[in-house]
Unconditional design. Structure first.
Length: 328
């Protein structure tokens, strides 16, 4: 098995390709870093009208993109791409580079997997082909070292928050889910009850999808309770929250957030939002069956499980395959 210094010493170039959305980009950069690469971040944009078409109807041709083909710096040795717009781009790179670039597509590309060297997709997507590898959830940047470092950075900001510390990760409205006032009201009451029973302190972060009204309602429920609520200023304490907390409560709308929480090996409670779909249902059922997550009821429980380590597992698998082909 090659170690990570091999390809750094050979100066191999890796691209992490997405449309720039943070949740999509982290799928690429997380895998690249686990493989030992310092990836070049590339954001791609389709021209009109192609950006509105399903990937299966977009020509595998460079003219559908605003990006330059071939790029001035030449073709990379490795491409890790994620997302609908990046999938066609990745397929074009593989075609135009004549196999120089080893092209990996993360998540279901919505076009044939034959256009890539590898496709790596969550099990709940149900895509199965000879060159398709499956994971439990998505990729992320959670490592024990990062959690330790970020926890140290956080300590001075939470000295007055009592233990046990409970991280609360709140998402919001998406294509599949809706974070309604009734859900926030129920969550707020459950957190009040939990604090009264355990004397815990809360580490809380919301997202842009949470919405101003929901944030205000949640803060109203938490008024007077020991809580550090990140307001978006200063260093992002997200990984510090994961590292410092003894348990994690996370809304069900984000595969990324649930997977990141499960990568800590700590108890993970999920908060159901209104809506959902079959794909999300399969994902949550899978984690519950593996003994990783439990629905949040306002009562603290403790359990253990092997922390998800899918990013490193797949990094090793990809390195093995590239090594067997003489690419590293």
């Amino acid at each position: 098995m090659p170690n990570n210094t091999n390809h750094k010493r050979k100066n191999l170039i890796c691209w992490a390709v997405s449309d720039g959305r943070a949740g999509i980009e982290v799928q690429c950069t997380g895998l690249a870093e686990a493989m030992g690469f310092d990836p070049v971040i590339r954001h791609v944009t389709m021209k009109r009208p192609w950006k509105w078409f399903p990937p299966s109807l977009v020509p595998l041709a460079s003219f559908v993109y605003e990006n330059q083909f071939p790029p001035e710096e030449g073709w990379p040795d490795l491409v890790i791409a994620c997302g609908r717009q990046a999938a066609v781009f990745n397929a074009v790179v593989r075609k135009r580079s004549r196999g120089k670039s080893f092209c990996i597509q993360v998540q279901d590309p919505k076009i044939s997997p034959e256009h890539f060297d590898l496709v790596i997709t969550p099990e709940h997507d149900l895509l199965r082909r000879p060159n398709v590898l499956t994971t439990t959830g998505g990729f992320n940047k959670v490592t024990s070292q990062r959690l330790k470092e970020e926890t140290v950075k956080l300590e001075s900001r939470i000295t007055d928050i009592p233990k046990p510390l409970i991280a609360v990760l709140v998402g919001g409205k998406s294509k599949a889910y809706d974070l309604t006032e009734s859900v926030v009201h129920k969550l707020g009451e459950q957190l009040q009850r939990l604090q009264k029973q355990t004397g815990c302190g809360f580490l809380i972060t919301t997202s842009r999808r949470t919405g101003i009204k929901n944030e205000k309602l949640l803060r109203k429920h938490l008024a007077g309770l020991p809580a550090f609520i990140w307001d978006g200023t200063g260093h992002n304490p997200y990984f510090g929250f994961l590292g410092a907390a003894e348990a994690i409560i996370v809304t069900s709308d984000s595969v990324n957030m649930v997977t990141e929480a499960a990568s800590t090996g700590k108890p993970v409670f999920t908060v159901d939002l209104e809506g959902g779909n079959k794909k999300f249902d399969r994902f949550h059922q899978q984690l519950e069956q593996k003994g990783i997550t439990r629905p949040f009821s306002g009562v603290m429980e403790n359990w253990s499980y092997p922390a998800l380590n899918e990013t490193n597992r797949m990094a090793q698998e990809v390195l093995n395959r590239m090594h067997s082909e003489g690419r590293i």
